[in-house]
Design a protein around this ligand. Structure first.
Ligand SMILES: NC(=O)c1ccc[n+]([C@@H]2O[C@H](COP(=O)([O-])OP(=O)(O)OC[C@H]3O[C@@H](n4cnc5c(N)ncnc54)[C@H](O)[C@@H]3O)[C@@H](O)[C@H]2O)c1
Length: 365
């Protein structure tokens, strides 16, 4: 299969997202086409370094880069201020220069951490994203958001730093755990809902094959979702308007993850429940068709994202939503969908949120 290239426009120029099985082996060639760097620092976590580090480094070396490898422990705890400091110090110890390159090889954690370090080292060095999780291929590697967590919350320190290229090798996804696969599937469902009727219909038809990770179906789902993300961020780098759509399902999803304690609930399950809740709200406050709510929920079901139990206190979920950094002017804003491809943002008052959450969350009172 021939790789697909999607162009992303950014205020600093355009870059390509290259998608397909095996494109990891063209990393060096692609990197050389966008950078005259002497050295590339390849940042991975222990897992992605072990699985793909050799191939990535080999491809870069073949294209004439001197490669330095850095690994961090897998998982969200590596997205910390302290770890970013360690990575920055390693950059300087290894002699990374202003016109050299950082290559982020891994999921969203590595992409956000290495991207943030690339944005800040010497006020910014070139970055190539090589996403290896479904979530990173369809979402986090595109659009230039980078950052680390602080003790008081996720992504509280960050920078916009656009990559020079994104290399998404869909064949790398076969080794992902089921949980990480589902996290990405929730983003794929979100993308189809925002994209429109054709994307929803295709995903409904191919959902079972996507769950089985059939290569052709995986590739077309990544292309659909990455294209949507590319279109949205090309129009709106800084989340002034269009980019807000990408939060569909995430307002409650993030609150569930925070209240449950990070890692206790799979991100995909939390986002899927967030989508179901937003769909209910759209019916309630906007009169959207109940059949659309059911259709979204059924799609999530076939993707293996069944409704999670909600043993959380409704009040705690609402408090968590108000504490979110995306709250504007003291209002919790929800992305609501009235149908495939149609969305708007609406502030929902606290009383409505509490009443509705008490309807779906077990112990909330
Ligand atoms: N920057 C953005 O726009 C943006 C958007 C969405 C999410 N995010 C961030 O992304 C992070 C989550 O990303 P994630 O879900 O990719 O998690 P992750 O990076 O932690 O990866 C999940 C796990 O999968 C492993 N892994 C990665 N690739 C693998 C492969 N091909 N085979 C087997 N195992 C593999 C990793 O080692 C890790 O243990 C969060 O920190 C979130 O805040 C950022």
């Amino acid at each position: 299969m021939k790789p697909r290239t999607i162009a992303v426009a950014s205020p600093h120029g355009r870059y390509d997202v290259v998608i397909g099985p095996g494109v990891l082996d063209s990393l060096g060639q692609t990197a050389r086409s966008v950078s005259a760097a002497r050295m590339a620092v390849l940042v991975a976590d222990d897992t992605t370094g072990e699985l793909f580090g050799q191939r990535a480094a080999g491809s870069l070396e073949k294209a004439g880069f001197r490669v330095e490898r850095l690994t961090v422990p897998p998982g969200e705890t590596s997205k910390s201020w302290r770890r970013a400091g360690d990575v920055l110090e390693s950059f300087s110890e290894r002699g990374l220069a202003r016109d050299d390159l950082v290559v982020a090889l891994g999921g969203g954690v590595v992409g956000d951490l290495a991207g943030f370090c690339a944005a800040t080292y010497m006020r910014g060095v070139g970055l190539i994203q090589v996403p290896t999780t479904l979530l990173a291929q369809v979402d986090s590697s595109i659009g230039g958001k980078t950052g680390v967590d602080l003790p008081r919350g996720k992504n509280l320190a960050g920078a916009f730093w656009q990559p020079l290229a994104v290399i998404a090798d869909t064949a790398c996804l076969v080794s992902l755990s089921d949980e990480d696969w589902r996290s990405g599937l929730a983003e794929v469902a979100k993308s189809a809902i925002l994209d429109g009727e054709e994307a929803v219909r295709t995903l409904e038809a191919e959902a079972a094959r996507l769950v089985r990770r059939e290569p052709a179906v995986v590739e077309s789902a990544v292309i659909m979702a990455a294209s949507l993300k590319a279109r949205v961020v090309s129009a709106d780098e800084r989340e002034a308007h269009d980019r807000e759509a990408l939060n569909y399902g995430h307002t409650l999803g993030h609150a569930i993850e925070r209240v449950a304690g990070y890692g206790a609930v799979a991100h995909g399950v939390a986002v899927a429940d967030g989508i179901r809740f937003a769909a209910r709200l759209a019916e309630l406050v906007g009169g959207s068709d109940p059949a659309w709510t059911r259709r979204q929920s059924d799609l999530l079901d076939v993707l293996g994202l069944r409704r999670g139990e909600c043993p959380y206190d409704a009040q705690a979920l609402v408090a968590s939503m108000y504490a979110d950094k995306k709250v504007r002017g003291g209002e919790v804003r929800f992305v609501l969908s009235d149908g495939p491809g149609r969305w708007r943002v609406q502030a929902i008052d606290e009383a409505t949120l509490l009443t509705e959450l008490r309807g779906v969350c077990g112990t909330g009172h």
